[in-house]
Write a protein that binds this ligand. Structure first.
Ligand code: PGA
Length: 251
């Protein structure tokens, strides 16, 4: 953990959550004060719940974000949602380039970069996800893949205030598998070097999250690794107790 960087624990609810499950979010709001000394909290519910969650979260210690946006601000794009609409609904951050979107919707680095710029245009922080697949890892291509994703997905005007990078090995997402802390340290060190060489002063203070099967039982170990500045949490972010326990694991 880089001392000066305040950790961010971000929950990605993916395509989970109906109005009836809002009680878990209410519990997060009620208990957020328990972890304010440790980390910032962000919950990214499905788009259908952003407005309701953002209304409840006003003045509380949990921010609300979105999981994707369209690159354009408006227009004839049936079914898509502009970053401006997400911010209008109360989102302050947008996850872009998640591996599930890269895989399910054929999103490439150039599109992820446009979506990052769209989030900024609307006034939101972009959380840009990168990560290698199992096959790429087995072929020893991890750093090459991540370097290419960083170079292609991050716009020139990235700053510590508008950008968060999330390293999510695809093989670790939803599988219960995690890289060793040694691997995480090496990869986050590689990402930090990329950020400091490309963005100079700001690169040293940009948050780099780890994501992929983070849970209460492994959070403290992962969050203690150098250059890990928080977590992007999928499954375990659906339960207030687990999500807050992960935040408590920050050093
Ligand atoms: P997981 O998902 O925590 O359920 O592995 C992480 C993510 O995809 O953001």
């Amino acid at each position: 953990m880089t001392d000066a960087i305040r950790p961010l624990i971000a929950g990605n609810w993916k395509m989970n959550g109906l109005k009836a499950q809002a009680a878990e979010f209410d519990a997060m709001l009620d208990r957020a004060a328990e972890v304010t000394g440790k980390a910032d909290l962000l919950v990214c519910p499905p788009a259908t719940l952003i407005a309701a969650f953002a209304d409840k979260a006003r003045g509380k210690k949990v921010a609300v974000g979105a999981q994707d946006c369209h690159p354009k601000a408006s227009g004839a794009h049936t079914g898509d949602i502009a970053a401006e609409m997400l911010v209008d609904a109360g989102a302050s951050a947008v996850i872009v380039g998640h591996s599930e979107r890269r895989a399910d919707h054929c999103e490439d680095d150039a599109l992820v970069r446009q979506k990052t710029e769209a989030a900024w245009r609307a006034g939101a922080t972009a959380i840009v996800c990168i990560g290698e697949t199992q096959a790429q890892r087995d072929a020893g291509q991890t750093l090459e893949i991540l370097g290419g994703q960083l170079a292609g997905s991050l716009p020139e005007s990235s700053t510590a205030a508008n950008l968060v990078v999330a390293y999510e090995p695809v093989w670790a997402i939803g599988t219960g598998l995690t890289p060793t802390t040694r691997d995480v340290e090496q990869i986050h060190g590689f990402i930090r070097e990329f950020l400091t060489s490309r963005f100079k002063a700001d690169g040293a203070s940009m948050r780099i999250l780890y994501g992929g099967s983070v849970k209460p039982s492994n959070a403290a170990e992962l969050m203690a690794v150098k250059n890990v500045n928080g977590a992007l949490v999928g499954g375990a972010s659906l339960k207030a107790a687990d999500f807050l326990a992960i935040a408590k694991g920050c050093p």
